[in-house]
Ligand binder design. Structure first.
Ligand SMILES: NC(=O)c1ccc[n+]([C@@H]2O[C@H](COP(=O)([O-])OP(=O)(O)OC[C@H]3O[C@@H](n4cnc5c(N)ncnc54)[C@H](O)[C@@H]3O)[C@@H](O)[C@H]2O)c1
Length: 259
């Protein structure tokens, strides 16, 4: 299947590792030109060396002035962007107990930069009939406990997917959202290691994932992102999709321990 992504310029926030790195790799495999925005230069450079294409811009995404300047540099050095993938985020445990300051800071880590990137790239996307793929989280649907800022941000990503899909349909710009549930990435590993018994927690979570009792691979998230960004999804917009082995929506009775 020709996804017609050759030479498309694809900006991936948080593309240096984890799911973002897999997204960068999948776009590169389709002949697109990935542009990584991240604060992690070593891993970004290693990835670019590996795929032998693409660009890296060092940016702290909680700083919207840095984002604006970086977009100017991308225009000068690479060109107009065809696809925006809003992937960067962190489940940072900004709970009710931690208070309003931590909540605002969590929104800066998870929600403000996707809006800022869409804002600064809007003319590119209009000029190129481009599209946006947001990366959400199952926490928006299920809750998790102790993570109000992240839950609110990811809930807002689902809402913005629909809002922007309507807002931008008149320009031919599509907007979709891919929602991971359980994917073993550096971020996930860090979280797992904070649990009292990481291997027990890992086994327990795996046992509740209906399809294959395993975590979703980062490449499985990436391939859906690439498909949604491609011409093969040309009439798909405003959709929130769950490549999660059935974890978020299927009946728990199927995976609950037998009595
Ligand atoms: N891993 C999972 O199981 C899972 C589940 C649900 C949702 N998600 C979502 O998927 C996305 C990717 O998660 P991951 O697990 O690959 O994370 P990760 O921590 O492994 O990788 C995130 C990348 O984003 C970069 N980044 C994050 N915040 C940044 C900032 N403020 N400025 C610059 N760079 C920044 C990091 O440097 C890193 O390279 C996130 O939005 C996350 O919420 C992941």
């Amino acid at each position: 299947m020709d996804l017609q992504l050759q030479n498309k310029i694809v900006l991936v926030s948080g593309g240096a590792k984890g799911i973002g790195a897999a997204i960068v790799g999948s776009f590169a495999a389709e002949g697109a030109i990935p542009v990584i925005l991240d604060r992690n230069p070593q891993e970004a450079q290693a990835l670019l060396d590996d795929i032998a294409c693409g660009h890296f811009f060092h940016v702290e995404l909680t700083d919207t002035i840095q984002i604006s300047k970086t977009i100017d540099q991308i225009h000068e050095q690479v060109g107009e962007v065809d696809v925006l993938v809003n992937n960067a985020g962190v489940n940072d445990g900004a709970s009710l107990e931690k208070g309003p300051q931590a909540f605002v800071s969590s929104l800066e880590k998870n929600l403000i930069h996707p809006f800022a990137l869409a804002h600064y790239l809007i003319n590119d996307l209009k000029n190129n009939s481009g599209n946006i793929v947001n990366v959400g989280s199952k926490v928006a649907d299920t809750g998790q406990g102790g993570t109000s800022g992240y839950a609110a941000s990811k809930g807002a990503m689902n809402a913005l997917t629909r809002e922007w899909a309507i807002d931008l349909a008149r320009f031919g710009i599509r907007v979709n959202c891919v929602v991971p549930a359980e994917v073993m990435t550096p971020l996930y590993k860090k979280w797992l290691e904070q649990t009292p018994d990481p291997s027990e927690t890992e086994a327990r979570i795996k046992s509740t994932i209906p399809l294959g009792n395993r975590f979703t691979r980062a490449s499985e998230i990436a391939d859906l992102v690439v498909f949604l960004a491609s011409e093969k999804s040309s009439h798909t917009t405003g959709q929130v999709m769950y490549p999660d082995g059935g974890y978020t929506h299927l009946d728990r009775a199927y995976t609950s321990p037998k009595q």
